[in-house]
Structures are given as C-alpha cells and as structure tokens.
Design a protein around this ligand. Structure first.
Ligand SMILES: Nc1nc2c(ncn2[C@@H]2O[C@H](COP(=O)(O)OP(=O)(O)OP(=O)(O)O)[C@@H](O)[C@H]2O)c(=O)[nH]1
Length: 601
C-alpha cells in the first residue's frame, strides 16, 4: 500500500463531557464506514479494557483509521484519536489532541455544556484545532438543540449556527458528521521528502507484539526495516512492523506525512518510550525535535500493603505487570511500622488510584490495605535545600523545615442554581477561594481555587451528594503555594499509627482530628481494656476519644443453644481478622484506614 495524498487525510478527536455520547458516536462512525462487519461490531469498540467498560469511562487513548467515500467522489482517510473523558487523564487528552488538526465537540442536547465540555474544548482550542460542534441525543424529548447552540456561543464563544444535530443512538445524522469532518476540518500539513519526523503519541505492551508505539507522522516516511532513533533518549531501533488500526491492527509498508499508525521494534519496555518524544531516521535525522510534552507527574500518593505479609512478592509482581502498560503509575518499596512491607504508589488522581487498586485486587486476587491518599508537598529546609514529601510519615523534624508548600487546583463547577449555596459552602469549607461566578443559561458556573489536599479525599463524592449528582466538576493543577501545614498523628492506645498520619492545615487540624477520633472510635472494635484514641500535633494532643472496655463475650447473647449461629458468628469474626491489623495490643480493621479519612468537616 502506498501512502495517501495528504489532502485526503483528516485527523480528529472527539471531545465531550462524560456520558454525552463520545463512545457511541465513535462506534457509529466505525460502523458507517464499514471498518468492522456487523458481527465484529462489539458495542463500544474503543473502550477496550474491562474496567473501562464496566464503569463506562474511557481511560487509555485509542485510535482508529476509517475510510470514507465522501460526496465529492474522493475517498478520505479519517484517523479518529479517542481521548479519555476524566480529569485524571487530562495529559492523555492533550497528547492525542496534539496529533490532530480538528475536533468534534459533542454536547448532549438535553444536558447542555458541562464542566468537562469546557475543559476539553479549551484544550482543543489550545492545540489550534478547528472545531465542529455536534449536538447529540436529539432523539430525547428533553433535547433543546437551539438552547444548547446559544450556550455554546455564549460560554465557549464558538459559532454553533451550523452545529450538526445527531442521535448517536439511532444513527441519525452520522453521515452529516462524516461530511463535516471532510469539509470543515483541515488536512494535515507535512513534507514527504523531508527527513522522518514523527510524534510518539502513546505506547503500550502487547503480549504478542511487545511494545507497540502509536505515532503521528509529521514529515518524511516511516518504513518497515528502517532504523529509527528516539530523539529524547538517543536509542535506535530497527523497525519490525508498521501498521494502522482499522480498528484491528493491520500491517502496511509505510506511513507518510499526516498519517497515524503504529510501529513495533525490539523495544523492551514501555518505559523506554517517552510519550511526546520525536522519532526520526537514524541515518538522516531531522534537525529539530517537535516541541515535547511535559513528562507526566503523579499527583496523588498512597501506600498499598498486602493484608497477608506472605503476599508481598505477588504484589510486587502484579505492580510490575500493571506498570508495563501504564507508565504514569509509579511505585517504590515502603515499610510501615503499622502495616509492614508494601509500596508507596503514585497516581494521576483519585480515579486512577481506584482503578489500579481495583485491578490489583481483582485481576491479581490480592487482599490489600491502602493508606490515606496524600498529595506531593514541597519542603524548603532551613539549610536552603528543597525536597518533595510523598508520605506524611516521612516528614522531617519541624525545626528543620522553613516552609511547606502544597499544590493548588483551579476547579470549574457547573450546577443547577438550587444547589449553588451548598456548593459554595463546600468549597469555602475546603479552604477554597472563589475566582468567578457566572450564569450559563439557568445554571451557575463557579470557578474556585482549592488546595488539592482538600479535594483528594472525598470532595467529588460530597459534590455529587450535595448536588444530587447534577453538578459537574473539572480541575487543573495550577501552582504550589506555601501554607501553614502541620503533621497530625493519630495515636491508638498511646502508639502512633504511621499509616494514619496526615498533613493538614493548622486551622483545620482540630476539627479533622476530632472527627477522625470519633470515627475511629466507631470503627475499632471494643477490646477487653479501655483504648484511648488521640490526635496530636507534635506532642500536643488536640483531640481524644475513648473506646470503653468490652464486658461481655460476643457470643454470649446466643445463649449457647444455637450452635450453628454461634459457629457462624465465630467464623465471621475469623474472616474479619484477616483484614485486621495489630497495633500494639489493639486490632484495627482495614476499613478504618480509608473510612477515617472520609470526613465531612
Ligand atoms: N437517547 C440517546 N442516548 C444516547 C445517545 N448517544 C449516547 N447515548 C447514551 O448515553 C450514554 C453515554 O454514552 P457513551 O457513548 O458511553 O458516552 P461517553 O461520552 O463515551 O462516555 P465516556 O466513555 O465515559 O467518556 C449511554 O448510555 C448511551 O447509550 C443518543 O443519541 N441518544
């Protein structure tokens, strides 16, 4: 196969708020262009991971190449770069966008513009995209396309007069979307004669092919058999295979300017492929690399420990496997006096953390305890040095610290008016600073600066609950700001539990400490002796609760008569034990670790 004329190529992404129908539209486009037969057409082809499918979210960016015979009589190559819909994966969105010239902006015509619609469309505009607004779900009786068009013009400032009206569900308007891609989005630019210059968009590990690299060719031609060089790392590899996704992987001889496809070469690990790197011809390299992406930095950390210490090696192996495909997940060994041997893990955000935990437990069948999520603090020491703090348990002696800075985010929240009051209160309670308050039709749009530390625990859950699920939320990390932060320790029966220590703002320490003690009081079962639970800053106790000593035997109320019931109760206790941890003389159930941190104060 020869490379296609560049003017017949269109590279595009679909940007949308979660649930507005991005995947359904992608499926329809694949179906309409006949890339898959009906039989092969599985629902939501692009969301390929199980967890993604179950949760209905898109995590890993994928791509598919479609061939579309347009009304002008020419056949076009359309490369759809799928982008994840969740804030944690914003960096994946930006790199997919960098590989395209245009975007379809999908908005649910019954819901209107939401927080992620804004966040994603701004990213597309930043990438200089041409944007075609698409109003989806017009089959719904509640659809108000005219009102939503106005919203798009008013809030985003995009001309929506010729927005395409569709129903991805029924298939209405799909042809119009394809025509709009061809006529309204620009073709890529590039020079086939120039030395190879390609962007490394993504990479993953495939059990059969090894490391697969997704590339977008900017200039030159990528051919099987040639030797490529990664400009960032300097490493060179002979290319084994070049291909495209239709959506199945199909080999081709070469890829030319503007094309999107994959290559395999004997690359051992995903970690050898830096996303955003420029790939060039080893023999005839290009002069300048493409502007790279910022490397991905984990923003949330937590400790993960096996419940059974004997599972430590299995946990290490499982993490290694997950990391093969997800270079944004980091881990290193950690020991905790309370929890034994485990790992300190870094994630892009809370959803990423939850997904990794769930995969470890489900796919690798491991019982785990995780500690409170923490953000990355920056410490300036009195001797002038700086360091990062990933784990509150590692906090140096306070006398050596000159300043602690914490990450802040800028959050955009869209909400129906009636929940505005509770949302403002929630943001205010989390040390938020209001930046803006506007109306988008009947809905309020609030912009707040918030410390990430106050958001990582349960902000999103609280937001959903105070707005009955109607508020949408998106954020960006903005800056580090110094704050009056202190380390709060929790002592159970006089012993500090390192896994429960955390950094908090001084003004919030007492309330948090009190709430934490109260919660632990309910979560830790009674023992035969009295157990004090204390929160402390340094040696100063700021809150205290006491668990009274247990008087009766748990099985006493079974009167000894009902043997099966008694046995069941004992078995249940034994089962519970597996998930308990011994601290000095006290046993703490694992739920206590996470639950204690979900405090609405
Ligand atoms: N009535 C109606 N429902 C639709 C339409 N398009 C999508 N849906 C439904 O809306 C829900 C969300 O659609 P998805 O395509 O999964 O949304 P998404 O934007 O891809 O969501 P993420 O993958 O999480 O980003 C699903 O239940 C779809 O069946 C439509 O045109 N009409």
């Amino acid at each position: 196969m020869t490379t296609k004329p560049i003017e017949n190529i269109r590279n595009f992404s679909i940007v949308a708020h979660i649930d507005h129908g991005k995947s359904t539209l992608a499926d329809r486009l694949i179906q309409k262009t006949g890339a898959l037969s009906e039989r092969e057409m599985q629902e939501q082809v692009l969301d390929s991971m199980d967890i993604e499918r179950e949760r209905g979210i898109t995590i890993k960016a994928q791509t598919v190449r479609l061939e579309y015979p347009a009304k002008d009589g020419k056949t076009y190559i359309l490369n759809l770069m799928d982008t994840p819909g969740h804030v944690d994966f914003a960096y994946e969105v930006s790199r997919s966008l960098a590989a395209c010239e245009g975007s379809l902006l999908v908005v649910d015509a019954s819901q209107g513009v939401e927080a992620q619609t804004l966040a994603n469309v701004y990213q597309a505009l930043d990438a200089n995209h041409e944007i075609v607004p698409v109003l989806n779900k017009i089959d719904l009786p509640a659809a108000e396309p005219e009102r939503v068009k106005e919203q798009i013009e008013e809030v985003i400032g995009l001309d929506a007069s010729d927005a395409v009206l569709i129903s991805a569900k029924t298939g209405l308007g799909i042809e119009d979307v394809l025509e709009a891609i061809v006529t309204r989005l620009p073709p890529p630019k590039g020079d086939a004669e120039a030395p190879l210059k390609a962007m490394l968009v993504d990479s993953w590990y495939d059990a059969y092919l090894g490391v697969v690299v997704l590339v977008r060719i900017v200039d030159g031609v990528l051919k099987k058999g040639m030797t490529i060089r990664m400009m960032g790392t300097g490493a060179a590899y002979p290319v084994d295979r070049v291909g495209v996704f239709r959506p199945k992987m199909t080999n081709v001889d070469s890829l030319g300017p503007g094309e999107v496809g994959f290559l395999t070469a004997s690359i051992k690990e995903v970690a050898d492929t830096a996303v955003g790197d420029t790939i060039t011809d080893d023999r005839r390299p290009c002069a300048e690399p493409l502007p790279g992406f910022k490397p991905v930095q984990p923003v949330v950390f937590c400790g993960i420990f096996p419940v059974d210490a004997a599972d430590f090696e299995d946990l290490r192996a499982a993490m290694g496997k997950l990391r093969l495909n997800d270079a944004s997940f980091t881990y290193e060994m950690e020991t905790s006096a309370a929890l034994g041997f485990g790992f300190r893990c870094g994630f892009l955000g809370l959803l990423h953390l939850e997904i990794i935990q769930e995969r470890l437990e489900r796919e690798f069948n491991l019982d785990l305890i995780s500690t409170a999520p923490s953000v990355v603090y920056r410490l300036r020491m009195t001797d002038g040095t700086e360091r990062e703090l990933h784990n509150p348990a590692d906090m140096p002696d306070v006398v050596k610290i000159a300043e602690i800075a914490e990450p802040w985010i800028r959050a955009t929240i869209l909400t129906p008016d009636e929940y505005l009051g509770s949302i403002l209160k929630l943001c205010q309670d989390r040390r938020g600073e209001q930046v803006d308050l506007n109306y988008v039709g009947k809905r309020a749009m609030v912009v707040y600066d918030l410390p990430l530390n106050e958001v990582v625990f349960d902000f999103y859950d609280r937001l959903k609950s105070v707005s009955k699920g109607y508020a949408s939320f998106d954020y960006q990390l903005t800056e580090y700001r110094p704050g009056d932060l202190v380390k709060m320790s929790i002592l159970v029966n006089g012993e500090p539990v390192d896994a429960l220590s955390m950094l908090v703002h001084r003004t919030r320490a007492e309330a948090r400490g009190r709430a934490m003690c109260e919660k632990l009081k309910d979560l830790i079962p009674q023992h035969l002796f009295q157990i004090p639970i204390q929160a402390a800053i340094g040696s100063k106790i700021i809150a205290r609760e006491t668990i009274r000593a247990l008087r009766k035997d748990v099985t006493a109320k079974c009167y000894g008569g009902d043997v099966t019931r008694k046995r069941k109760l004992l078995e249940k206790q034994k089962e519970g034990k597996k998930r308990m941890r011994q601290f000095g003389k006290v046993e703490i159930p694992q739920e206590a670790f996470i639950a204690a941190l979900k405090i609405d104060s």
